[in-house]
Design a binder for this molecule. Structure first.
Ligand code: AMP
Length: 114
């Protein structure tokens, strides 16, 4: 699997503001935040896109959402609400090909997205 800048963040080769870590998952603040709270929750395992998730990954993908909910609580946006997004490939607006769940909050989100 092709490494990305997120592998370097996992290995602490480039800095990031990390807000959560366990054996399987890392979460850190987006370097170009699109909302007052913008955190990326990623599996340490390299899964390039949503297309590459396998049935064996199901517990890991579920845990990404459990962690996202815990982060929302910790960041104080659980009550006001927030948005979670996986962008997939070109039309989905994906730039980094290492699966990541965006957690955005702290302001009202528009719908539909552009
Ligand atoms: P996506 O367009 O869904 O692939 O999102 C990639 C996200 O990664 C963007 O929101 C970027 O701002 C963010 N990003 C890229 N490089 C870094 C970095 N070094 N540290 C934190 N976030 C980053």
């Amino acid at each position: 699997m092709q490494e990305t800048i997120f592998s370097k963040i996992i290995r602490r080769e480039i800095p990031a503001t990390i807000v959560f870590e366990n054996e399987r998952i890392l979460a850190f603040r987006d370097i170009n935040p699109q909302a007052p709270v913008h955190i990326l929750v990623i599996p340490k395992k390299i899964i390039p896109t949503l297309n590459d998730i396998t049935p064996e990954d199901a517990p890991l993908i579920g845990e990404l959402f459990v962690v996202a909910g815990q982060i929302a609580q910790a960041e104080g946006i659980a009550e006001t609400g927030y948005r979670t997004i996986f962008n997939c490939r070109d039309d989905g607006g994906q730039e980094v090909y290492h699966l990541h769940l965006h957690v955005l909050g702290g302001r009202p989100m528009r719908w539909p997205p552009g």
